[in-house]
Design a protein around this ligand. Structure first.
Ligand SMILES: NC(=O)c1ccc[n+]([C@@H]2O[C@H](COP(=O)([O-])OP(=O)(O)OC[C@H]3O[C@@H](n4cnc5c(N)ncnc54)[C@H](O)[C@@H]3O)[C@@H](O)[C@H]2O)c1
Length: 369
């Protein structure tokens, strides 16, 4: 099995999770890091052999086969294009791009360059929701009639909470919709195997002006042009309906994603507060909790269960499983990976933009893929 040389662009919150997962993959070798802030110190701290202040230099000099893009959304496009033009496979963070136009161009270029490409919608790789997906595909739930749930956090509750994500020039047209709503919508389509065809959205910008902390102390006011709360109503291509509460403004909720898929026979629920379990809801008999264990999950989900039942697998493990499928698929034409591709990333951008258009027009928006 070939070992792929890996470069990471951006070592903030999520870059560290990528490094952790890459180092656990059999056929990947982390060789280089690019960052625009303190890259030498960051690389030294994590024992990464090569450090670059410019991702272009890393792509040209480090001899990498695969690039992970872990930088703010507005930089994904230029970095992905530069790498793909040099035949480097790209695994990009979500939301895929800053806007739909960039996403379309990146999909076309990936196809032309013949590189493997993925967007890190890692929720697909927790065994519990993955198991639910395969039960739905086998018809265990019956015809799907609705999907509901949410993705809720509290990191923007205070007026003094600030991050690049709040500004459309960095984040794209939508903030919380793209930041975490993208995960929820990707998962809803992944689990149901259905496509969202219409979106109605209500957005709220709770603090149009926030107070950004200054390095020397004190604050400066910054105008915010995106939403922290996004409530979505959805119609799927089989007539099922859905809704999701997407917010970064619910105090006490750290990183909580939950989803119930209702079929005519049973419902299936995954809730990240019990991340290794999913529940089949039944009428006329008791509900069934299926925990992550080799002998309990669907055969198609078994490869995602790395430890025996009862030994928790969480956020770093979902990254590992996602990346493992990516690396195995590079040279395997027969691979049927479940990771989100750039095409899925484009679709997700279209959904986020449909939500934006709906929130600003007060109307249902038809999703034109
Ligand atoms: N999959 C997930 O669940 C998940 C979770 C968090 C973040 N993300 C995504 O990951 C991306 C990064 O988010 P984050 O929270 O890690 O941000 P962050 O601000 O913590 O880190 C970004 C890093 O990128 C560096 N950077 C900025 N511009 C750069 C450039 N041109 N070249 C190289 N490095 C550059 C910054 O110096 C910083 O170290 C975003 O797209 C975000 O949506 C995904």
């Amino acid at each position: 099995m070939k070992t792929y040389r890996v470069g990471i662009a951006g070592l903030g919150f999520i870059g560290a999770a990528h490094i952790d997962a890459v180092r656990r993959i059999e056929n990947a070798e982390l060789v280089a890091l690019a960052d625009v802030v303190d890259v030498e110190a960051k690389a030294a701290r994590l024992n990464i052999p090569q450090a670059y202040r410019d991702y272009r230099e890393m792509c040209d000099r480090a001899g990498i086969d695969v690039l992970h893009i872990c930088t703010p959304n507005d930089t994904h496009f230029e970095i992905a294009l530069y790498a793909m033009e040099r035949g480097i496979h790209v695994l990009c963070e979500k939301p895929f791009m800053h806007d739909v136009e960039q996403a379309r161009t990146a999909v076309a270029l990936a196809r032309a360059a013949g590189v493997r490409n993925a967007v890190n919608h890692h929720n697909r790789f927790y065994p519990a929701p993955n198991n639910l997906k395969h039960l739905v595909a086998d018809g265990e739930l019956g015809e799907i009639v609705s999907v509901h749930g949410g993705y809720v956090q509290d990191w923007l509750v205070r007026e003094t909470d600030f991050n690049w994500r709040l500004l459309s020039k960095n984040t794209g047209k939508t903030m919380v919709t793209a930041d975490i709503g993208s995960h929820w919508m990707d998962l809803a389509e992944f689990i149901t195997g259905r496509r969202i065809v219409q979106v109605f959205a209500e957005f709220a910008c709770v603090y149009p002006v926030r107070q950004r902390g200054l390095p020397g102390g004190g604050f400066e006011p910054v105008a915010v042009d995106t939403e922290e709360i996004s409530y979505l109503m959805l119609r799927f291509d089989n007539g099922a309906i859905g809704n999701a509460a997407i917010t970064a403004m619910t105090a006490g909720e750290k990183n909580h994603i939950f989803m119930t898929v209702s079929g005519k026979r049973q419902s299936g629920t995954w809730d990240s507060t019990a991340i290794n379990d999913m529940t089949l809801g039944r009428r006329g008999e008791g509900n069934v909790v299926i925990t992550k264990a080799q002998d309990l999950v669907h055969p198609a989900t078994r490869p995602l269960v790395a430890y025996p039942g009862g030994h928790a697998e969480g956020f770093p493990d979902a990254f590992l499983q996602n990346f493992r499928q990516f690396y195995r698929s590079i040279d395997d034409p027969d691979a049927k990976p479940e990771y989100a591709t750039f095409t899925d990333g484009l679709r997700n951008m279209i959904l986020c933009e449909a939500a934006y258009d709906s929130a600003h027009s007060g109307k249902w928006v038809v999703v034109v893929a």
